[in-house]
Design a protein around this ligand. Sequence first.
Ligand code: HEC
Ligand code: HEC
Ligand code: HEC
Ligand code: HEC
Ligand code: HEC
Length: 170
Amino acid sequence: MMRRLGAWAVYVYFAVFLGIILGLSSYWDHIYATPEQPIKFPHKTHVEKVGLKCESCHLYADKSRQAGIPSVERCMQCHQAVKTDSPEIQKLTRFWKQRKPIEWAKIHKVPDFVYFSHKRHVTNGIPCQTCHGEVQAEMEVHKAKTLSMGFCVSCHRENNAPVDCYTCHK
Ligand code: HEC
Ligand code: HEC
Ligand code: HEC
Ligand code: HEC
Ligand code: HEC
């Protein structure tokens, strides 16, 4: 009887262990997965090398809920002339010539039942990096913060911003 129980304990132990590993890896994918983009747009090059400000492309970050993704026309202001021999820029030029918007994959999002606005945060001087990580140093944007409820609420507490449910769940 005792030996049987011992064997069961070992099975249960491994089953739980395996469950935790599988659970963690799918959680990790869910939270931090980086989707493939239609064009490999390097933030590092544009911010650190070319010297562009975030707001020069994400035009509405201090004006509305959405920060906004730049149009193909914005890119072509430079890339009609810059790096036209690059395959990525040739892809970009095809979108422009066909007047097709680029369908960038979304990386940061909150569920529909959450109300979020960039304007209130950005005009309060909270740097983009607090919520998005070191985008200016990335060749490919990835999700650096969970953007979970705990993440939002703990900063609100520290800064005397509202924490009643209605603030974020309208
Ligand atoms: C030359 C224009 C340009 C500049 C300058 C720029 N971005 Fe972007 N940004 C883009 C484009 C295009 C995308 C969509 C493609 C991608 O995700 O890489 C994007 C995507 C993003 C995303 C991910 C959006 C999502 O789906 O979650 C974040 C966050 C972001 N940018 C933050 C910044 C920050 C912070 C800066 C300044 C340090 C900055 N960007 C500067 C063009 C720009
Ligand atoms: C203000 C000018 C400017 C704007 C606006 C701009 N870029 Fe660029 N981009 C550059 C410069 C300059 C380089 C090359 C830097 C280097 O490698 O020396 C570059 C490099 C690139 C590269 C890398 C090409 C390669 O093969 O090395 C890609 C891809 C790119 N840009 C895409 C975009 C997209 C997409 C947009 C619009 C969201 C955009 N750029 C907007 C100036 C600009
Ligand atoms: C307080 C946290 C916070 C700050 C600060 C912040 N963001 Fe965001 N950002 C978010 C959240 C949350 C989302 C997802 C919003 C959604 O799902 O509607 C997001 C989404 C985005 C997106 C993709 C969707 C969109 O709104 O266009 C871009 C681009 C972006 N942020 C850029 C920026 C830039 C640039 C800055 C700085 C000027 C910035 N963010 C500052 C939290 C933040
Ligand atoms: C780094 C700190 C910080 C983080 C992280 C943060 N917030 Fe905020 N948030 C603030 C501050 C500070 C204010 C108050 C701004 C003011 O008083 O104008 C605010 C205000 C707001 C408001 C407006 C409240 C009102 O009365 O209009 C909403 C909605 C909001 N935040 C939602 C969110 C959500 C959702 C997240 C997570 C995705 C988040 N915030 C993450 C600091 C933060
Ligand atoms: C500062 C913003 C903020 C406040 C305040 C807030 N929430 Fe949330 N809440 C969020 C965000 C962001 C998510 C989505 C988390 C995610 O995507 O995993 C969320 C998710 C949830 C969920 C879905 C389950 C889950 O955990 O993902 C419930 C239920 C919820 N909130 C209830 C509440 C209640 C009740 C209150 C008041 C006591 C409250 N929230 C206050 C931002 C907030």
